[in-house]
Design a protein around this ligand. Structure first.
Ligand SMILES: Nc1nc2c(ncn2[C@@H]2O[C@H](COP(=O)(O)OP(=O)(O)OP(=O)(O)O)[C@@H](O)[C@H]2O)c(=O)[nH]1
Ligand SMILES: [Mg+2]
Length: 335
């Protein structure tokens, strides 16, 4: 299951109670108070982990609780502090404070986990209470006072994943995006001759010489009206918002009766309608299915229509043009 948006409730542990105790030893009459402090409650921590690719672990555990601190004990012994509860999240997770229904209560997120290993304390644990040893005074040598531990912080939060990749593949269903990703990376998205084979974003890593690498996100196919939520488009458009460049993949043979020039115009329009800033980002065209009849002719039509845009003809299925594409990719990304 792929989860890229989820509401959670998190609660840090409370501090342990302070202890009331008196030193009792043979030959030490009236040994005085010796109740120790409570331990600190555990905090709830989010940790970005590049091996996690979505938020499904939180679907199964939408209530995240850390343990409370141990109570103080006699002989001035402190209660145990509780360990932090660490929850893994994919790199690219953004967190908002939310109400019970999961609606954000502030426009600004509280954190954006953009680096592998980055940690964020979602809820702080409560401090431990004080034991009676703190309440000794010249007038009260046998205090029975102590304090309770503080409560841990708690709250509702909305977590949303916005994939971070160097390049995002954008195209209609069946254009061959997943076939292409399989050719250039070790990622294994499913490929099939029906639309919406890819149901959620998949990231592949493309390796170049000299340990250079680039990440490419394969996004489910867009259709006209995607920005309004038609097809699977809208759900996943947010996953391209953080790609540095866009690679528009078109079936240049128009094998399903489509027109590649119109496809490109429509795809550009969908992005613009979703967020006008997206249409300002660098973009390039991958003219796929060059092995099919009609492709050459359509290709020159696309070139005429977009004379200033870099257009790379390939056949993802046959593996043709892939090396040239990788070279261009390195250049586009300035690797
Ligand atoms: N002839 C030919 N067929 C191709 C080529 N690339 C992909 N195909 C075929 O086109 C169909 C769709 O390919 P996918 O890679 O699943 O397409 P997609 O863009 O990922 O599609 P969605 O995930 O549904 O959005 C499959 O039957 C592929 O075998 C190509 O270069 N030439
Ligand atoms: Mg696909």
């Amino acid at each position: 299951m792929f989860v890229d948006r989820i509401k959670v409730f998190a609660q840090a542990g409370s501090g342990g109670r302070g202890s009331v105790s008196f030193r009792r030893e043979k030959f030490v009459p009236k040994g005085g108070p010796d109740g120790g402090d409570g331990g600190r409650g555990g905090e709830v921590i989010l940790r970005a982990d590049r091996h996690v690719d979505n938020l499904s672990n939180l679907f199964y555990e939408p209530i995240i609780k850390a343990k409370s601190g141990g109570h103080g004990m006699g002989k001035k012994m402190h209660g145990k502090s509780a360990p932090a509860k660490i929850v893994k999240a994919p790199v690219g997770t953004i967190v908002w404070p939310a109400d019970e229904k999961g609606r954000p209560t502030s426009a600004a997120p509280i954190v954006d986990l953009t680096r592998d290993g980055q940690e964020f304390v979602l809820c702080r644990g409560g401090a431990g209470g004080k034991g009676n040893v703190h309440f000794k005074s010249s007038r009260n040598r046998a205090p029975r006072q102590y304090t309770e531990g503080e409560e841990g912080e708690q709250g509702h939060f909305l977590l949303e994943l916005r994939t971070i990749a160097d390049a995002g593949l954008v195209g209609y269903p069946n254009a061959g995006k997943s076939t292409l990703l399989r050719k250039v990376s070790a990622a294994r998205p499913r490929v099939a001759a029906y639309p919406f084979t890819t149901l959620h974003p998949i990231i592949g890593v493309v390796e170049f010489s000299g340990y250079r690498r680039a990440t490419i996100a394969d996004i489910p196919g867009l259709i006209e009206g995607a920005h309004r939520g038609l097809g699977l488009g809208h759900e996943f458009l947010r996953h391209i918002t953080r790609c540095r460049i866009f690679l528009f993949v078109v079936d240049v043979a128009g094998s399903e009766g489509r027109n590649p020039v119109e496809d490109l115009q429509q795809l550009r329009k969908e992005l613009d309608l979703y967020d006008p800033l997206l249409s300002q980002r660098p973009w390039f065209v991958i003219a796929n299915k060059m092995d099919l009849p009609g492709a050459e002719e359509n290709l020159s039509g696309v070139r005429q229509k977009f004379p200033k845009i870099d257009i790379v003809p390939i056949s993802a299925a046959k593996g043709e043009g892939i090396e040239e594409l990788k070279k261009k990719l390195a250049r586009w990304l300035e690797l």
